[in-house]
Design a protein around this ligand. Structure first.
Ligand SMILES: [Zn+2]
Ligand SMILES: [Zn+2]
Length: 390
C-alpha cells in the first residue's frame, strides 16, 4: 500500500467529516452531557457496520469492528466534551450554546477518529479487532476513569491503546511522540489547622493556628528542595492561606490550599507522604492539629516505550521523519487518558494544530481546531490500525 494512495482515500472522506466537526462545534456539550454528540457518533458507526455499545461512563460510546481471524486488538480514543467558555471566534459555525465551547479541540478529535472509522470500515485492510472509544468528560470529570471502572477493558479487551491531542504551535501535518512520562499528575490538597482562638493580648491562653500555618507554608518548601531527587520534577504550590480577620483576635483555625504536580508515580507518592507528615508534625509542634484533605486529580500520563516507538515508526512511514518529533519535553498539563494507560500499554501523542493559523492556545475563547490537521490525524489512525492488526 503506497502512502499516497492511503492519503488520497482519506482525503475523499475528510471534507464531509469537516462538516461533521463544524456541526459538533456548533452544538457543544459539557462533561457527561454529551448526548447529542454520542447520538451522532453512534449513528455514524452503526451505518458503517460497527457494533455500537452505549452508556459506558454515562455518555461514552464504543464502536467495535472485527475483521479476519486475527486475535490482536487495538483501542483508539477520542474525547467528546466541551468547556464552559463563551466563544469569541466569530466563526460562521461558532457555538450556538452560549457559555459552552469546544475550546480544546475535542470536536476535532471526535471527527478525526470518525474519518478513520469510515475509512477503516470501507477498506478493512486489517486482521483483528478495532475498538473505537469515544469518552465523555475529559475536562476534569475523569470520564476515562469512569469508563475503565465500568468495565471498558473487560468488555473490549485491547492489546494497546492510543489517543491524540491537537497541539497549537506545532506545525500542521506533524506528529510528536514522547516515551515515558509525557504529562504531569495534578492533585489538589486542603489543609485545615485547628488551634484555640483567644485575645491577641493574652496569647498564652490560646493555641495559635496562624503561626502553625505560617511555619507549615515554609516547611512545605523543603519537600521539593530536600526530599525530591534534584533530577526529578515536582511542584508544591501553596496558592491560598486564610486565617484570622482582626489584629486583636487570635483565630481558631487556618486553611491552606495546595496544587501538587509530579512527573512520576514515585515522586507523586513521595509528595503525598511528606505533605501529610509535615502538616501533622508542624501542627503538633504548636499544640494544634491538622487535617489533610487530599483530592486525587489525574495521574501522571506514562507512555510505554514499545507502543510509543511503534506508533512513531508508523508516523515516520506516513509523513517522513522531518514531520515527526521524537521525545519533546514533557508537558505540565494533565489528561485523563492517563487512567486508561494505567491499565493498558499505549501512547498519547500530539497532532500539530499549526504554528500560524491554529496556534491560539487551547482553553482560549478564540481557539479553534484546525481542519487542516484532520487528514494527518485520520491517516495516522488508519495506518496505525493496519500496521498493528497485521
Ligand atoms: Zn482541555
Ligand atoms: Zn483537551
Amino acid at each position: 500500500m503506497q502512502m499516497n494512495a492511503l492519503r488520497e482515500e482519506i482525503a475523499t472522506i475528510v471534507p464531509q467529516m469537516i462538516e461533521v466537526r463544524h456541526h459538533i462545534h456548533q452544538h457543544p456539550e459539557l462533561a457527561y452531557e454529551e448526548h447529542a454528540t454520542a447520538d451522532l457518533v453512534s449513528a455514524r458507526l452503526a451505518e458503517w457496520g460497527y457494533a455500537v455499545h452505549r452508556g459506558l461512563g454515562g455518555t461514552g460510546v464504543v464502536g467495535q469492528l472485527r475483521h479476519g481471524s486475527g486475535t490482536k486488538s487495538i483501542g483508539l480514543r477520542a474525547d467528546m466534551d466541551a468547556l464552559p467558555i463563551v466563544e469569541a471566534t466569530g466563526l460562521p459555525y461558532a457555538s450556538r450554546h452560549h457559555g459552552k465551547m469546544h475550546a480544546c479541540g475535542h470536536d476535532g478529535h471526535t471527527a478525526t477518529l470518525l474519518a478513520a472509522a469510515q475509512h477503516l470500515a470501507q477498506t478493512r485492510r486489517f486482521d483483528g479487532t478495532l475498538n473505537l472509544i469515544f469518552q465523555p468528560a475529559e475536562e476534569g470529570g475523569a470520564g476515562a476513569k469512569r469508563m475503565v471502572e465500568q468495565g471498558l477493558f473487560e468488555l473490549f479487551p485491547c492489546d494497546a491503546i492510543f489517543a491524540l491531542h491537537n497541539a497549537p504551535g506545532r506545525p500542521l501535518g506533524s506528529l510528536a511522540f514522547r516515551s515515558g512520562a509525557a504529562l504531569a499528575s495534578a492533585d489538589s490538597v486542603t489543609i485545615v489547622i485547628t488551634g484555640k482562638g483567644g485575645h491577641a493580648a493574652m496569647p498564652h491562653f490560646s493555641r495559635d493556628p496562624l503561626v502553625a500555618g505560617a511555619s507549615l507554608v515554609m516547611a512545605l518548601q523543603t519537600i521539593v528542595s530536600r526530599n525530591v531527587n534534584p533530577l526529578d520534577t515536582a511542584v508544591v504550590t501553596v496558592g491560598a492561606f486564610q486565617s484570622g480577620v482582626a489584629n486583636n483576635v487570635i483565630p481558631a483555625s487556618a486553611r491552606l490550599e495546595l496544587s501538587v504536580r509530579a512527573l512520576s508515580r514515585e515522586v507523586r507518592l513521595l509528595l503525598k507522604k511528606r505533605i501529610h507528615a509535615l502538616a501533622d508534625a508542624q501542627a503538633r509542634s504548636f499544640d494544634c492539629s491538622a487535617e489533610v484533605d487530599w483530592r486525587d486529580g489525574y495521574p501522571v500520563l506514562v507512555n510505554t516505550p514499545d507502543e510509543t516507538a511503534f506508533a512513531a515508526q508508523v508516523a515516520i512511514e506516513l509523513l517522513g521523519a522531518d514531520k515527526v518529533e521524537i521525545d519533546p519535553p514533557p508537558v505540565t498539563g494533565s489528561e485523563d487518558f492517563a487512567f486508561m494507560l494505567e491499565h493498558r500499554p499505549g501512547c498519547y501523542l500530539f497532532l500539530g494544530n499549526g504554528d500560524g493559523e491554529g496556534s491560539c492556545m487551547v482553553h482560549n475563547p478564540g481557539y479553534d481546531f484546525n481542519d487542516g490537521a484532520m487528514e494527518t490525524g485520520a491517516a495516522f489512525w488508519s495506518l496505525l490500525t493496519e500496521r498493528f492488526l497485521k
